[in-house]
Design a protein around this ligand. Structure first.
Ligand code: HAM
Length: 421
């Protein structure tokens, strides 16, 4: 019989990694709260049409990576899909529940698992966790900067100070359409020199050719038309204001005119967070941008929105690689040791009184196997202190409290013991 393993591209987060994982999650919640984002939970699966309309039918996510949810007995075989990201679901919920009636902008966040049928490798999973932040109902470029500031300060405060911000602007749809027609005119006669992927994209999604990693594609693009040259005054001033504010806030960025993102809903500002020195898109620790068109596309009001998602798996890996270890917090602060049968009975009596308190974290021996052996066990568990209880201690009304780090020992009553933690 073969042993069943976790599906490819999924991971177990074992107890020894949970400390760091939970720390990261708590950290994100703290930052979200500080910047005034409210939590929102959305369904794990949605109508497939939602993703087609928002992320775009000719993106890799839709063409290759969508997990379709079907029921064995249902005829609606591809009606639902697992969410590959959170933005579409959040905007759907915003429109469905009329959140535009709240004071704008509405800042929402969640920390959820998403699903993409990618080719698994280190840092690229089929079940991926994202910290998603959205500012909905604001068109000002300052909202873009506010969003970027959240990400920047999160990386800084996590100690990932080397993370780089790559920045671009995609302008408005009309400008992009004009640019894409010029790009096609330029690439069509050179089609033979393009990589297979880019040849395919020339018809389906030519913008994605810009972020091709193929060296020959990149060489061809050097003399290609530039999107920035197609910007009108609105797009120009939006981008200028973003850059000016980031300069003011001393947030360093690299302008990358090839940063187009893998989702179709963006306009104006786009950005990604990278670990320097690591090539390939799987090193992006997060990304986002403005997506003003998405609300109207989902029958919502034309209010403007900007957001980002930070990849928690990759941030976790980066912290782990840096040796960012946190102390295990399940070591007992107090380990109770029965010296004899009377001691064990006494421990059974006082135990609920001790565990009722939030401090100390208590553990105990279920059996009497000798004080020496239990002391060794307490040391192995990295207990802070042990409490030794036997007939003599019960008679005195005082227990032996021994601090394992210093070796100090004292006699304490139950009330004195409680006051020590
Ligand atoms: P995204 O660039 O597709 O954007 O994903 C954001 C981040 O999620 C990536 O930079 C990466 O860190 C992580 N990520 C993506 N795919 C994987 C994977 N297969 N394995 C591990 N990590 C992954 C979005 O999802 C947009 N919804 C962001 C956004 C929010 N834009 C506006 N609001």
């Amino acid at each position: 019989m073969t042993t069943i393993q976790a599906p490819r591209g999924t991971r177990d987060i074992l107890p020894q990694d949970q400390v760091l994982w939970e720390h990261l999650v708590d950290f994100c919640k703290l930052r979200a709260n500080q910047f005034g984002y409210l939590p929102i939970t959305i369904p794990t699966f949605e109508e497939t049409g939602l993703f087609e309309r928002s992320i775009g039918e000719s993106t890799d996510i839709l063409e290759k990576e969508l997990f379709i949810v079907s029921n064995r007995n249902s005829a609606e075989s591809d009606r639902y899909a697992l969410r590959p990201e959170a933005t579409a679901g959040i905007v759907r919920a915003f429109v469905e529940h009329g959140l535009h009636t709240l004071p704008q902008p509405v800042k929402l966040y969640n920390i959820l698992n998403n699903f993409r049928y990618e080719r698994p490798q280190k840092g690229r999973y089929r079940e991926l966790w994202q910290f998603d932040l959205e500012i909905i109902g604001e068109k000002s470029p300052l909202a873009d900067c506010w969003c970027i500031l959240t990400g920047y300060q999160l990386f800084q405060s996590l100690g990932l100070t080397e993370v780089e911000l790559q920045l671009n602007s995609l302008g408005l749809l009309e400008e992009r359409t004009e640019f894409l027609s010029a790009l096609r005119d330029y690439l069509e006669p050179r089609k033979d020199q393009l990589s297979e992927d880019s040849k395919r994209r020339l018809d389906s999604n030519p913008l994605r050719i810009l972020d091709s990693k193929d060296p020959q594609d990149q060489a061809l693009l050097k003399d290609a038309p530039k999107l920035l040259d197609f910007f009108g005054p609105v797009s120009q001033s939006h981008f200028e204001q973003v850059k000016k504010t980031l300069d003011l806030w001393k947030i360093p960025y690299h302008l990358n005119p090839h940063l187009v993102r893998g989702l179709d809903y963006y306009c104006h500002t786009t950005f990604e967070w990278y670990l320097p020195g690591e090539g390939g898109s799987q090193s992006a620790l997060g990304g986002g941008g403005r997506y003003d068109g998405l609300l109207p596309q989902l029958n919502g009001p034309d209010l403007g929105a900007v957001g980002q998602a930070l990849g928690l798996d990759r941030i976790f890996n980066a912290l782990d690689a840096k040796g960012y270890k946190l102390a295990h917090t399940n070591n007992p602060e107090l380990f109770l040791i029965p010296a004899d049968e009377a001691g064990l009975q006494h421990i059974l009596q006082i135990l609920p009184e001790l565990t009722w308190l939030t401090n100390p974290r208590v553990d105990w021996s279920f059996e009497k196997v000798g004080v020496g052996n239990l002391l060794k066990k307490a040391l192995k568990l990295e207990a802070e202190a042990v409490l030794i209880i036997g007939s003599a201690e019960i008679e005195k009304g005082k227990y032996q409290l021994k601090w394992l780090q210093t070796g100090e020992q004292e006699e304490v009553t139950l009330d004195e013991l409680k006051a020590k933690f």
